[in-house]
Design a protein around this ligand. Structure first.
Ligand code: ZN
Length: 251
């Protein structure tokens, strides 16, 4: 394979990974700033104390900010499958996009093509299970909404980067009412936890459930991100939880 063209653009914002930590997760972000140049400057500003391993511009140009063996600062407070602080064990990739605050728009073809090539290279260097290609919103659902519902998760999954469900998720009738609330909540929390989401002390269906459902939907049922537990979401969630178990990639 012809080497991928990557422009070196070093950031001072990194430190060492904990000794013996394997890299087994990829975390995908959008920059959420008005321009790619502004994002690149911020990710290299020592005062900002944030970074990522790579940034991909909308025209497909790839920048390397932090070497993969070092710990970049992109995930912040985060949990997945009971593991905290995903910066330790992950590669962070920022995709230039203004995000929900400044005019969220589709990720252009050239940007997605570069991402697929980069992910193939990353996978050639590290053992990353299919279920460990995640969005920032998956690992920090109460704080983050990136990379969002326009991110091409299905296309990545077709290349083995992430799980995907082929089931129809279009039924937006609510699940609530068909069974006792406690049973419904138990099942919902159990399946979200199997996929990897952090449930915490969220043992009832309430304000804490909505961000988890929104994060799940933005990733796996992007046509309707409502934060509501509907039949379409329930079907897709059951399927993704089953795939997670089959992959042996569970808590
Ligand atoms: Zn992010």
């Amino acid at each position: 394979m012809a080497g991928l063209q990557i422009t070196e653009h070093p950031s001072p914002n990194f430190n060492e990974r904990p000794a013996g930590t394997a890299i087994d997760t990829v975390v995908l972000h959008y920059t959420g700033m008005q321009t790619g140049a502004a994002a690149l400057a911020r990710l290299c500003d020592p005062a900002a104390e944030v970074s990522a391993h790579y940034l991909i511009e909308e025209d497909g140009r790839i920048f390397r900010l932090v070497p993969e063996e070092k710990r970049a600062w992109h995930a912040g407070v985060s949990v997945w499958q009971g593991r905290e602080n995903l910066n330790h064990s992950s590669i962070g990739i920022e995709l230039v996009n203004p995000g929900h605050e400044f005019g969220y728009r589709p990720f252009p073809e050239k940007q997605v093509e570069s991402l697929l090539l980069l992910l193939a290279e990353v996978r050639s260097r590290h053992t990353i299970p299919a279920g460990r290609y995640l969005g920032h919103s998956d690992i920090a659902p109460a704080r983050k909404t990136d990379p969002g519902e326009l991110f091409p998760w299905a296309r990545l999954a077709a290349h083995g980067f992430g799980l995907w469900s082929r089931l129809d998720g279009s039924d937006t009738r609510l699940v609530a009412g068909a069974e006792p609330m406690a049973e419904m909540t138990n099942r919902l929390n159990k399946q979200l936890a199997i996929v990897g989401y952090h449930i915490g002390d969220n043992d009832s269906y309430g304000a804490g459930t909505e961000p988890l459902l929104r994060a799940f939907q933005a990733h796996w049922r992007p046509e309707t991100v409502s934060g509501l537990y509907d039949h379409g979401t329930a079907a897709i969630l059951r399927d993704i939880a089953t795939q997670s178990v089959q992959n042996g990639d569970t808590i």
